[in-house]
Design a protein around this ligand. Sequence first.
Ligand code: ASN
Length: 330
Amino acid sequence: MCDKHTHMAKTVSVFTLGGTISARGGGSSPRLTGAQLLADTAGAAPSDIEVEVHDVRKLPSSSLAFEDVADLAEHVDAARAAGHGVVVVQGTDTLEETAFLLDLACAPGTPVVVTGAMRRPDLPGADGPANLAAALAVAADPGCAGLGVLTVIADEIHAARHVRKTHTTSVATFASPGAGPLGAVVEGRPRVLLRPARPTVTRPLPLRGSARVALVTLSLGDRGELLDAVDERFGGLVVAAFGAGHVPTWLVEPLTALAARMPVVLASRTGAGPLLAHTYRGPGSEYDMLGRGLVSAGTLDAPKARLLLYALLADGADRAQVADAFAALA
Ligand SMILES: NC(=O)C[C@H](N)C(=O)O
């Protein structure tokens, strides 16, 4: 339990990237700065910490790129090397992806928390100030270190590896289907109920290389035209397959051919639960496809599987290293 204020980190570094939390007027007025966001927490944040604010980007999170997160990871590493807790403030649309990339890229250290808001700061019931105050409380608490990168929204603490945006407008949009939250912020204090069984990666993966990884989500009647386009353009592929890892019989051969040329990761389009390994055995089943050289995404959803494959390939991983990294997370 990290529910005591007695061991607070003295300083928390806040890095802002943009998002709805700062989008006063929906983009018709200048974005709120990090300093303004902090002022709006109006005493709800812990009073016994120093906060350093750095406005790093001013973007909707749909326009964040790998380079932006690579820059951010360097800021985060530097802040943690100085012993600071870290809060990243950004849009919710890709919040889980930034959090997971930081989980892959940053060495273990002080707590790192990603937060944002669903309601603009000029709308009634704006959730940004409460989310930022709760995120600061978690980032300042050394008892919340060692949990991997976290998200804090609507008073829930989630692991980057499992959290997803699950609703277009609800302020309680973030959930960890199949895993559940790690804890909650109650009366301004973090309470951790669960700790991850293992770290997300054993070695931080730099995000500075480049790799092209496609994500193809299957749907009924897919004839495989997008798979044809993958071959020339990409160095890796994630297939978001049906259910527990199933593809149509007519895509078995095209996927097998692709898997002979590049790492192909088999994920589920359902967004929750593990990929199966041997429950179904017919053509196009998970057993069939994994036997044909596809790599199981395990419990990673398809977008996160794409990020892990990207980070591995950008780091120069070969096929065996890709398979090992996914197996280690399963
Ligand atoms: N709630 C939000 O922050 C959504 C916004 N479009 C973003 O991700 O930047």
